[in-house]
Write a protein that binds this ligand. Structure first.
Ligand SMILES: NC(=O)C1=CN([C@@H]2O[C@H](COP(=O)(O)OP(=O)(O)OC[C@H]3O[C@@H](n4cnc5c(N)ncnc54)[C@H](OP(=O)(O)O)[C@@H]3O)[C@@H](O)[C@H]2O)C=CC1
Ligand SMILES: O=C(O)[C@@H]1CCC=N1
Length: 267
């Protein structure tokens, strides 16, 4: 299989490296199109694939083209791509917000799959929601799904509108987690630990708690209850969180991300 990746930043390269790791593509068959000179020099030094700085006819010789530029940069990419795209090529977009119909129209090309991964894809531990234009046949969709699964797990969604919710929940989700971890480490520092000790206490707590979510036969409420002794310390913390409407704030933030995803489709 030959693959072109347009925009080789965080996510483009997370995909590229996962494909290479599982031998789904050979370096000679992996075309990396990257505008940033610094980044393309680094990719050349890494020998990550065939690195070029602009879209040209060689892109038309691949089976799959992954669009992983920022949504705002799609306008600077689509004309060059429309000129070279071939009828049998599949386009896989991971750009937040941009609907399949808009990509089809701008590229004058029907075969579009739209996906929303997240950064743990860099470790093969991502989760990707994806959907496809009705013109994409099942065999092609399966091939794309196999590629996506090299970056972690995936879920097919019939309803494209739900991809903006995937973006808000799991696409942006790692940042929410880091935000909470950062606040906990800060609390540790304010109570007298140095950075490293506070980070160790918090990171191991998050790791252990994550595994309990997955393995303990308990709901999240039951897990909370198992920590929060009556009249104890955890209750004191949870009361403060409730007083500050922390849970409602998190839900509101995630919904704001969904609204922003929809706005991005408008350019
Ligand atoms: N980061 C994340 O957690 C996730 C991101 N996404 C989506 O993935 C896409 C990429 O995000 P991310 O990897 O973080 O972004 P990055 O900025 O890390 O990567 C995008 C790269 O594309 C380059 N680029 C811009 N225009 C062109 C062009 N015309 N031709 C070739 N390369 C170009 C950029 O160069 P320059 O910097 O010079 O502009 C940059 O190096 C976005 O659409 C985002 O919505 C999806 C899921 C998660
Ligand atoms: O913040 C963003 O727009 C992208 C999409 C999901 C994660 N990062």
């Amino acid at each position: 299989m030959k693959i072109a990746i347009v925009g080789c930043g965080n996510m483009g390269m997370a995909f590229a490296k996962s494909f290479l790791q599982y031998d789904l593509v050979k370096k000679d068959d992996l075309l990396l199109i990257e505008k940033s000179t610094d980044r393309s020099e680094a990719l050349k030094n890494e020998k990550a694939g065939v690195v070029v700085d602009t879209i040209g006819p060689h892109v038309g010789q691949t089976d799959l083209v992954i669009l992983s530029v920022k949504p705002q940069d799609f306008n600077s990419v689509y004309e060059a791509l429309r000129d070279v795209v071939q009828p049998n090529q599949i386009i896989l977009s991971i750009m937040a917000g941009i609907p399949i119909a808009q990509i089809q129209e701008k590229l004058a090309h029907p075969l579009v799959v739209r996906a929303m991964p997240n950064t743990p894809a860099m470790l093969g531990m991502g989760i990707t929601g994806f959907t496809a234009a009705k013109e994409v046949d099942l065999a092609s969709l399966r091939r794309v799904e196999n590629l996506i699964n090299a970056t972690g797990r995936s879920i097919f969604l019939e309803d494209e509108a739900m991809l903006d919710a995937v973006t808000a929940l799991s696409g942006s989700g790692p940042a929410y987690f880091y935000y909470v971890v950062k606040a906990m480490i800060e609390a540790g520092k304010q109570m007298g630990f140095d950075d490293a000790v506070s980070a160790l206490l918090v990171k191991q707590t998050m790791l252990g708690a994550y595994h309990l979510i997955n393995t303990a036969d308990k709901s999240l409420d039951e897990l909370i209850k198992a920590v929060a002794s009556k009249g104890g310390t955890t209750e004191a913390a949870l009361r403060t969180f409730e007083a500050g409407a922390l849970s409602d704030t998190l839900v509101a933030g995630i919904k704001a991300a969904q609204v922003r995803a929809t706005e991005l489709s408008k350019g």
